[in-house]
Design a protein around this ligand. Structure first.
Ligand code: GLA
Length: 702
């Protein structure tokens, strides 16, 4: 038996003759000695069932049908119709207390598979695999999937769906018999991508209960499964979705499966979140280690395609006055791109839009101490562009057929050297000739015929964009890249290794955003998630929200503004200044703390908090989404602090709602000293909030 464990979780493997399986994955256990190991194995050995095979396999890692596994296999493939069956044996094994590498081989199938499990100090289980064809002839790989066993009490599955302006909506269902799949083959992760799947008990909430999550660190096609078999096996699986013929391995060639990321938590969904955050933040290149996240003004909704330099200068004046640190010029600065029908792919500053080039405006911005960022969408072309006219065969397409259009555009085949070098060199030139430390990189359509020279190529296209980002960063040290895809269509655990920010959604309505941000942040730390204050009347929903509700919504992320701030009235301008000042003062805490969400709130309100790792300080928002049911106001508690310490809890009135449906405020308003224990269990009485309004709390140890 092999036991990997960290502070709060364990995974036990068993080598039994030729087969290798996972005995247990869950809460940390102690396995004292050999006798205890043997007892665990015996305790979990299955009976053999009437009417079934004479063998009852455990949770086989490779789930071979030839060994009696009756569910979905880990590996599927063939050699032009033969050699579809396999039965792997362990060739080599290496492990420490937190890592395990197994080399499997099947001499009949002519295949080898290497699988590595790494349990990180924050209980994130990383899984990597490589499949190699060691025999003569081609092996047609259909899929390689990672699977983990689920405990009996995991009776529900939580995953996410969505579309443009409504990404990451939760769906939580019972785990029934059979297989439930989420498959994504948009050629990117997409708005409908689940990011991770979480198996959990029906009683598990944010602050309590067991949860097992599994997601892919990959930005291309993907599969997420949960499977319950009639023989009692229940498991969660994930992998890359391969198109037919996408991976054909010649002798000696390997398929490196994208990494899978799993975690177990007995501290509810907050535990899942905090395990991911700790792991992501522990990486040596994590962005907050490089630089605090600059308050960003993105100009898309402020000007759209109307790049009038004088108006932009005026906006920059106001940006400097209120404390903005980075200004980003969005779509429309290049080629013939005066609307979304032409010019995409020609990454040369337009004489028409910017007759003096970008130099003067960048200088104007830099002179005010503000950084400049620029928009690109390098994987795409309009057919009405110089590049498409010159190289019409550089798009992904089934030979002889032009793919349907999405936003009037086609996908550039970055697996072709010429196309890749075209994008790299044009972007590189713009970055070299101008002082640009930040790019917003978009990807605005699904891939429908992701075919390169007749063969499916989503995998290579995905690897090409990773390579391109890494190369741009190598050539321009310090360059930051934002991954955008019609809003939040390419937010995933793979892209975090290549990009520094995600545009969470094109939805800027603060009410709609609450749900999108809440669930995007399940595994992606807030310092990655672009959250912007939108205009008074939102462009997507046409709702009007108070400036307080808008800034509170944008505070808990990589904060910014998406609005022509010259339209802000005096009150809005004042609140914007205070929002920016508060963000700058507290961003280190907002981008490093432990997440606390509440299970106790009844009615539609969200409590979200960040508690400093030393528990000396915390920031919470209470967002009232719709009207409250009861006439009397509610009490909210604040979990996650040190039980024995005393704290001062204060409402940050300058950013909170200032209109309530009450004659007098709660007795403690606006500040009170309480112990961490009392904050967690007694809480404070809330004022009567109007719908679509919120409160900001600052809690500090005394
Ligand atoms: C996408 C992005 C937007 C903006 C536009 C520009 O929709 O999500 O933020 O950059 O493209 O065309």
């Amino acid at each position: 038996m092999i036991h990997l464990s960290q502070a709060r979780s364990s995974i036990l493997f068993e080598a039994d003759g030729d087969s290798f399986s996972i005995l247990y994955w869950g809460k940390k256990i102690v396995v004292a000695d050999k006798a205890a190991q043997e007892s665990i194995v015996r305790a979990l050995t299955k009976p053999s069932y009437h009417g079934a095979l004479d063998v009852s396999p455990g949770n086989l890692i490779l789930r071979e049908h030839s060994r009696g596994w009756m569910g979905h296999p880990a590996l599927r493939g063939h050699r032009s119709g033969v050699s579809a069956s396999n039965a792997f044996t362990v060739k080599n094994l290496h492990h420490t207390d937190s890592t395990l590498t197994i080399d499997f081989a099947d001499s009949i199938a002519g295949l080898e598979i290497k699988v590595t499990y790494t349990l990180t100090p924050s209980d994130i289980l990383l899984m990597d695999a490589e499949v190699t064809n060691v025999a003569e002839g081609d092996y047609y790989l259909e899929h390689f999937l990672y699977w983990l066993p689920l405990a009996e009490q995991a009776d529900e599955i939580l995953d996410f769906y969505g579309h443009w302006t409504k990404e990451r909506q939760p769906q939580r269902r019972s785990i029934g018999y059979g297989i439930t799949s989420r498959e994504g083959f948009e050629g990117r992760t997409g708005h409908d991508y689940t990011i991770t799947q979480v198996a959990l008990n029906h009683a598990t909430g944010f602050r309590h209960g067991e949860a097992w999550s599994l997601g892919m660190a990959w930005s291309g096609n993907n599969i997420a499964h949960v499977e319950r078999l009639i023989d009692g096996h229940k498991s969660i699986g994930a992998g890359e979705y391969l198109l037919p013929g996408e991976v054909i391995l010649a002798k000696g060639q390997s398929y490196k499966a994208p990494r899978a990321v799993a975690t177990f938590s007995d501290k509810g969904l907050d535990g899942v979140t905090n395990n991911h955050y700790t792991w992501i933040r522990s990486r040596s290149n994590h962005i907050t280690k490089v630089k605090p996240r600059p308050l960003t003004l993105n100009m898309w909704e402020a000007v759209y395609f109307d790049h009038t330099e004088a108006a932009i200068r005026k906006m920059v004046d106001k940006a400097a006055e209120i404390g903005v640190e980075r200004v980003v010029l969005d779509d429309g600065w290049f080629g013939s791109r005066r609307d979304d029908r032409s010019g995409l792919g020609d990454w040369v500053v337009s004489d028409e839009a910017w007759p003096n080039g970008l130099g003067p405006i960048i200088e104007y911005i830099n002179d005010k101490g503000i950084e400049f960022g620029l928009w690109f969408e390098g994987e795409m072309v309009n057919r009405d562009s110089d590049i498409y006219r010159a190289y019409p065969d550089w798009i992904l397409q089934e030979p002889g057929r032009i793919p349907v259009e999405g936003r009037y555009q086609q996908v550039l085949d970055l697996t072709k050297e010429g196309a890749y070098n075209h994008v790299l060199s044009q972007v590189d030139t713009v970055l070299t000739e101008n002082n640009i430390g930040y790019i917003k990189w978009d990807h605005n359509r699904h891939l429908t015929d992701p075919i390169s020279d007749g063969r499916p190529a989503v995998r290579q296209q995905t690897e090409a964009i990773y390579r391109l980002f890494d190369e741009l960063k190598r050539r321009h040290p310090g360059l930051e890249i934002e991954s955008c895809s019609s809003g939040g269509g390419r937010i995933d655990l793979g892209m975090i290794e290549h990009a520094d920010r995600f545009w969470t959604s094109d939805q800027n309505d603060a009410l709609e955003r609450q749900e999108i941000q809440r669930w995007s942040a399940l595994v992606i730390p807030p310092e990655f998630l672009g959250t912007h204050v939108g205009p008074t009347v939102g462009h997507q929903m046409h709702r009007t929200h108070s400036i307080s509700f808008r800034v509170l919504n944008a505070l808990f992320g990589h904060a910014g503004i998406e609005w022509n701030i010259n339209e802000a009235n005096a009150e809005e301008t004042e609140v914007l200044k205070k929002y920016i000042a508060f963000y700058k003062q507290h961003r280190n805490l907002l981008h490093s703390g432990t997440v606390v969400r509440s299970d106790e709130i009844v009615g539609s309100a969200y409590l979200y908090g960040t508690v400093a790792l030393d528990k000396k300080e915390a920031i919470f928002t209470y967002m009232q989404l719709t009207s409250i049911d009861n006439f009397g106001p509610l009490v909210t508690t604040f979990d996650g602090l040190d039980k024995d310490s005393r704290y001062q809890i204060s409402v940050v009135e300058e950013l909170s709602a200032n209109e309530f449906t009450q004659k007098s405020p709660p007795g403690w308003w606006p500040s009170l000293a309480l112990t961490g224990d009392h904050l967690a269990h007694i809480g404070v009485q809330l004022p009567v909030l109007k719908p679509e309004s919120g409160l900001l709390f600052h809690i500090k140890a005394l």
